[in-house]
Design a protein around this ligand. Structure first.
Ligand SMILES: CC(C)(COP(=O)(O)OP(=O)(O)OC[C@H]1O[C@@H](n2cnc3c(N)ncnc32)[C@H](O)[C@@H]1OP(=O)(O)O)[C@@H](O)C(=O)NCCC(=O)NCCS
Length: 159
């Protein structure tokens, strides 16, 4: 694990945690693909029971986050992001594996996600055991209006 890395999970829409996530959001997502969320979107989903936000910090500085929403025994990885300067050091994988552990602890049996078809994050998801389910044409709209397909992935945690 990256030296100095800590992960902290928030279930309420704590302002500091949400502003840490928004700071990373602004750097991590290329506006060309329309994947980043706004603060009202994040704050809205954090009001829903069963949602959790995990912030990765190196020393005190936020470097990444994962956002998961669960309903009964299923959950969805809504967002996963690491600041560009901190990529390639296992932080994304640490956030993903922590999200899977948290889900299992809560009795959740499967995790779903959508990812842009051209996103290199697919390698990370496959490495963790996610399997391709189907393609969603035109799921993301970039800032130039161009549409980008998403792929759905799922991991069954009972297997
Ligand atoms: C996807 C993302 C979270 C990965 O974070 P990261 O901290 O760099 O990932 P890790 O260092 O933990 O990499 C873990 C594995 O993922 C794969 N991977 C991650 N980034 C990759 C890249 N750019 N190219 C190829 N494989 C990659 C590799 O298999 C890697 O394992 P390895 O180092 O053993 O080969 C980060 O690139 C990011 O924030 N991207 C922009 C936001 C985004 O698209 N999020 C996903 C959709 S919501």
């Amino acid at each position: 694990m990256t030296p100095g890395l800590t992960l902290k999970t928030y279930e309420e829409g704590e302002r500091n945690a949400m502003s840490d996530a928004m700071e990373i959001m602004g750097r991590a997502f290329d506006p060309a693909f329309g994947e980043a969320w706004t603060l009202p979107q994040l704050a809205g989903v954090m009001t829903m029971p069963g949602t959790w936000l995990t912030i990765a910090r190196i020393d005190a500085a936020p470097v990444g986050f994962a956002l998961v929403r669960s309903v009964l025994d299923e959950c969805e990885l809504l967002l996963l992001a690491v600041s560009p300067l901190w990529r390639g050091r296992g932080i994304g994988e640490a956030l993903l594996l922590d999200s899977l552990r948290t889900a299992r602890r809560r009795g959740i049996t499967s995790m779903n996600l959508e990812v842009r078809a051209s996103n290199t994050a697919i390698r990370l998801y496959e490495k963790a055991g996610f399997e391709y389910v189907h393609r969603r044409p035109g799921y993301y709209r970039g800032n130039d209006g161009q549409l980008h397909d998403a792929l759905s992935f799922r991991i069954d945690m009972l297997r």
